[in-house]
Ligand binder design. Structure first.
Ligand SMILES: Nc1ncnc2c1ncn2[C@@H]1O[C@H](COP(=O)(O)OP(=O)(O)O)[C@@H](O)[C@H]1O
Ligand SMILES: [Mg+2]
Length: 240
């Protein structure tokens, strides 16, 4: 029988989370809650610990101190998906890449085919369903990675700088897809070092500085009146 506490996986709560590596501190004392339905942007300069925090939230990395829970349980439920800065795709068609992920999740047959079609339509790649993923453009590959994640019907979708290697037009296309996925009820947590992008997308901002969470605020408040000098300096620097 499904365990009620772990069935949802939300909120994800980090308490006093630290990650260290060979004596260096990558994250220190991070308290954070990811609540249902939010679109949270983890913002911070390169090296501030964004990817590390996302890996902890997703359950890919075990913190060296502190605790993390998913829906009140200590075991991560399965309905999370993650998309990385560069899409990791198989040398087969766009549709087959999604089919493979669904198969691993135990979704096969007519249900799989309908989800593949839906997901490709969602990211505007239906016409390229049969094309080899390896010959798609960078933007198309990233859209395919999003489609593959979306097809799994995740409750939470983690995106690690999904537009960092894309040009502005392809980045905007990815942002629209993220917005659409969120609008359908998926909780989204995305990292970015791009302030303009955070302004376009965020409901909530988590600002990291040197491995510490220095601010978590609703987006408007964060951008208009940051409460910390670190956040103010970042916003000021990006405006120059
Ligand atoms: N596996 C690792 N081993 C050693 N250092 C790491 C490792 N992962 C990340 N770091 C370091 O931790 C810091 C934060 O990294 P990261 O989370 O990738 O930051 P961001 O995503 O904000 O650029 C960086 O200084 C990085 O070099
Ligand atoms: Mg990173």
């Amino acid at each position: 029988m499904a365990d009620v506490a772990s069935a949802g996986g939300l909120p994800i709560v980090c308490a006093g989370v630290a990650v260290g590596h060979n004596g260096t501190r990558i994250l220190a004392d991070v308290d954070l809650a990811v609540t249902r339905g939010n679109l949270t942007l983890i913002l911070g300069p390169n090296g501030s610990g964004k990817s590390t925090l996302l890996r902890v939230l997703h359950g890919l990395l075990t913190p060296t101190a502190g605790t993390i829970s998913w829906g009140g349980a200590s075991v991560r439920p399965r309905r999370h998906a993650m998309v990385f800065q560069r899409a990791v795709l198989l040398r087969r068609s766009a549709a087959a890449n999604i089919r493979y992920a669904l198969d691993l999740a135990g979704v096969r047959g007519a249900e799989a085919e309908s989800r593949i079609d839906d997901a490709l339509a969602e990211v505007g790649l239906r016409a390229l369903a049969g094309r080899s993923a390896r010959v798609l453009s960078g933007g198309e590959q990233q859209r395919l990675a999003l489609a593959r994640a979306w097809a799994l019907r995740p409750e939470v979708l983690f995106l690690d700088e999904p537009t960092a290697s894309l040009d502005p037009k392809a980045s905007r296309a990815v942002e629209e897809i993220v917005r659409g996925i969120h609008a359908r009820g998926t909780t989204v947590v995305m990292t970015t070092h791009n302030l303009a992008q955070a302004k376009r997308l965020a409901y909530d901002v988590v600002f990291l500085h040197e491995g510490r969470l220095v601010e978590q605020s609703p987006a408007q408040g964060f951008f208009n009146a940051p409460r910390t000098s670190e956040a103010a300096a970042f916003l000021e620097g990006e405006r120059l």
